[in-house]
Write a protein that binds this ligand. Structure first.
Ligand SMILES: Cc1cc2nc3c(=O)[nH]c(=O)nc-3n(C[C@H](O)[C@H](O)[C@H](O)COP(=O)(O)O)c2cc1C
Length: 409
């Protein structure tokens, strides 16, 4: 979400406090968040808290000489990639439907030419009221994205749909919306590019209940798929078993074993670019048992055989080889030398090398990587996995601009 600008309108519901968490999470992802509070919202959260968390001035008054001269409501409504109303009261939804513009929030909503996403939150009866349901149907027709409400216990002690969706869910919806906008945006730098990304570990069955796995979390590969989608690429993500949510705007294919991952990758071809971030098991059990192996007097010995090499197979796929093939090398020692030899041995174009000594990477939020190409080694600073993904996506974009249709040099 780096460099994305979000105009967050907070209206006057009990769930307004959750918008504070939303602002924090959006900013963590690199977004700039500007906020408007309705008069009623100021009864629930203070403009001071919102200003402190967003690190931006907060706007509340339409007839404020200061606000209007600094940032008029028309400019406010246009200088955003996405307008989000969260929580959205029954009242503000009704005003949006009618085009009422009697305060700063609603005047901005009427004036905006940017896409709008709303997260309704209200008492279950307010939500079920035919007026609200008519309003929601109309807003959908008008092209507004509705997220939620969620079902559960409500602040007033009742139960049902009406809760605002939790901040992490809303962040994902916002990311998805922004990714969709990028895909539709003819100026998106990777629009039209087809990309295959692999992510996560593989599980190699020993018997129906046991398997061989590794410590990969899928965080890095999933972040790469999401970053590419945000730039407009058409991404297929082949993911081993992970806890990571499917990235928005990405076609995710879930697999378990290395053999399944290879088959899914081959089915995804042809693509322009392939990025292999998955930690594929090198070996599998030659013959997994169909029944659970019983505990006996002696421990069973496992006969392991080598798994297919997915990176090398796709990188030598002849005419179906993607033009840019990027591998990952997770090494515990002699990182760069191993990455260089992997580059040549596996016929890939770039290697993202990271040290996994002493569990420094798996499951962590950040990563220290080196980009190894035929022309040399770039040492990147320690970055969050999101930032590594953004940076790699930008490098891919540069490659597309300069040599995308020639060779990967
Ligand atoms: C304690 C309290 C909680 C409220 N919670 C909600 C709510 O969750 N959703 C809602 O639609 N209205 C809620 N309301 C009613 C709104 O505050 C009221 O309709 C107000 O006019 C909305 O103004 P706004 O849409 O300009 O923010 C609540 C009111 C009070 C007093």
């Amino acid at each position: 979400m780096k460099d994305q600008r979000i105009l967050l309108i907070i209206s006057g519901g009990i769930a307004a406090y959750k918008s504070l968490e939303l602002i924090r999470r959006l900013r963590e992802q690199g977004a700039t968040v500007r906020c408007i509070l309705t008069q009623a919202a100021t009864e629930f959260v203070t403009p001071l808290s919102v200003a402190a968390l967003s690190a931006q001035p907060v706007y509340t008054e339409i007839f404020s000489l200061k606000d209007e001269s600094e940032m008029g409501h028309i400019r406010l409504s246009r200088e955003a990639d996405l307008v989000v109303v969260a929580p959205a009261t029954g009242d503000i939804l009704a005003k949006m439907v009618l085009g009422i513009a009697d305060d700063l929030a609603t005047a901005t909503l009427l004036a905006t030419n940017r896409p709008v996403l709303v997260a309704p939150a209200m008492n279950v009866h307010m939500w079920h009221n035919p007026a609200t349901q008519r309003n929601i149907a109309q807003l959908q027709k008008d092209g507004v994205t509705i997220v939620g409400p969620a079902e559960g216990p409500l602040a007033d002690g009742e139960f049902g749909p009406g809760r605002v969706v939790e901040p992490p869910v809303l962040v994902e919806a916002i990311r998805g919306k922004l990714a969709g906008l990028a895909a539709d945006d003819s100026s998106a730098p990777l629009r039209g590019a087809r990309v295959l990304v692999t992510s996560g570990p593989t599980h190699e069955a020993i018997d129906p209940v046991r398997y061989i796995a590794n410590r990969s979390s899928g965080k890095q590969g999933h972040a790469i798929a999401a970053a590419l989608a945000r730039l407009g690429a058409q991404v297929t993500l082949v993911a081993g078993p992970t806890q990571e949510p499917n990235p928005p705007g990405v076609q995710t294919v879930a697999v378990e074993s290395a053999s399944q991952m290879l088959a899914a990758c081959q089915a995804a071809l042809p693509t322009d670019i392939a990025i292999f971030a998955a930690a594929v098991a090198d070996w599998r059990v030659a013959e997994a048992s169909g029944d659970k192996i019983k505990k006996g007097a002696t421990a069973p010995s496992l006969h392991l055989v080598e798994n297919p090499d997915i990176l090398a197979t796709i990188a030598t796929a002849g005419p179906r080889r993607p033009k840019l093939v990027i591998g990952f090398a997770a090494e515990t020692d002699t990182l760069i030398d191993n990455a260089r030899s992997k580059l040549a041995r596996k016929n890939c174009d770039w290697i993202v090398a990271n040290s996994v000594a002493r569990g420094a990477v798996f499951g962590q939020a950040d990563n220290l990587v080196h980009l190894v190409t035929a022309s040399g080694v770039e040492d990147w600073p320690r970055l969050s996995k999101e930032e590594v993904a953004e940076r790699l996506a930008r490098r891919v974009t540069d490659w597309m601009k300069t040599s995308g249709n020639k060779d990967a040099g």
